[in-house]
Ligand binder design. Structure first.
Ligand code: SAH
Length: 356
């Protein structure tokens, strides 16, 4: 049976009809889950006890068990979820800090695969390879888990707050799990289900030009972020093994197409690694690439991974790199680095929990 979080109202109605129940019962369940973000059938008080029990046994809205939670001092929280097959997935919540933004944001960073097939030389997620793809419902669930968490206590100011932004930047390569990822995005932006604005949804990929073009035709107004990380093909192939399949120029062409067809500016992500890709020359070469398309460059300060030799450049080096791009007329930002003490950086909680 299809998981509940992947069902449309029509599909849920058919399922409950097969259980001998009228259509209004499906609407009630849908309302609890999507309208109220109440996912424990036991709390769905207007349903008959037998239906609550059957939902819990046969069609539970959430299928992941929270096996670990870490809270960083800056408000970033990370959950490690175990699926029924005992594979585990990390999801991270990054709330804006008090006073940081005029409208507070709650950003969920979600994974798209168990492990990752790419094996970027600086990244913890690929160290154990990929175990399996996540299903659409499992991707969506990583968002809903946050909304469904019980209040921390009486008067918890965040109790009613929902996730406002989703970034597909957790473990895994979204475009290597294309169908499930697109289905999850559709559910998240469906006004009757996830209710998110497509503008608040970002997909980060190492970049497969043909799949980027296909994504542009899906009609989901999401922001595309391409992990560039290097200004030359030779260096890029050293950092990202999958880059061997396409050149930077092919990616730039796909990024241009994406902008032309969706009107959405592309983000170029560039993780700064000390003495690897942070020289002035790299900045100049990156500027020359960025000027070819409508884009924003997002500089990421590297989060060090114990098992890997890469190092984070100094803050001064990061600022110099940014300034050089800005002076060349490129829209560039340094990504805020959050949650370091929650093992929030990229696959590190899952590794530390020993489940990868
Ligand atoms: N596979 C996709 C999405 C997952 S990672 C992709 O590669 O885009 C999201 C971003 O975090 C990528 O740009 C990735 O290269 C970067 N990243 C991975 N490990 C990191 C680390 N230790 N420190 C900083 N950024 C990292």
């Amino acid at each position: 049976m299809k998981p509940l979080l992947a069902m449309t109202l029509e599909e849920l109605t058919e399922t409950l009809a097969a259980w001998g129940l009228p259509a209004f019962r499906a609407r009630q369940v849908f309302q609890w889950v999507w309208g109220g973000r109440r996912t424990d059938p036991a709390t769905m008080t207007n349903l008959p006890a037998a239906l609550r029990a059957k939902l819990a046994a046969c069609l539970p809205p959430l299928t992941g068990r929270i096996v670990r939670r870490t809270d960083a001092a800056d408000g970033v929280v990370k959950l490690l979820l175990a699926w029924p097959d005992d594979q585990t997935t990390e999801t991270v919540l990054i709330p804006t800090r008090p006073g940081e933004a005029r409208r507070p944001r709650r950003t969920a960073c979600v994974s798209t695969q168990v492990g990752c097939p790419i094996g970027c030389t600086f990244c913890a997620s690929g160290l154990g390879g990929v175990r399996r793809n996540l299903q659409a419902a499992e991707i969506v669930e990583q968002v809903i888990q946050w909304d469904a968490l019980p209040p921390a206590g009486p008067g918890d100011p965040d109790a009613a707050a929902r996730v406002t932004h989703v970034v597909l930047m957790g473990t895994g390569e979204p475009l290597a799990n294309y169908d499930a990822v697109v289905e999850a995005c559709r559910i998240l932006v469906d006004p009757d289900r996830g209710g998110l604005s497509g503008r608040h949804l970002t997909l980060s990929t190492v970049g497969y030009p043909d799949r980027i073009r296909r994504l542009a035709g899906e009609g989901i107004p999401l922001t595309l972020a391409i992990s560039l990380h290097a200004p030359t093909d030779a260096l890029r192939r050293r950092l990202i093994p999958a880059a061997a399949a396409s050149t930077i120029q092919e990616l730039v062409a796909a990024g241009k197409d994406y902008f032309e067809r969706t009107g959405r500016e592309v983000t170029l992500e560039y993780v700064l690694l000390a003495d690897v890709n942070d020289s002035g020359r790299c900045a100049d070469e990156l500027a020359a690439i960025a000027r070819q398309l409508r884009c924003n460059v997002n500089l990421i300060r590297y989060n060090e991974v114990a098992e890997l030799p890469c190092r984070r450049p100094s803050d001064g080096a990061v600022r110099r790199f940014r300034d050089r791009l800005s002076e060349a007329g490129v829209n560039v930002q340094i990504r805020a680095s959050r949650g370091a003490d929650a093992d929030a950086a990229c696959g590190q909680l899952r590794r530390r929990a020993g489940t990868s």
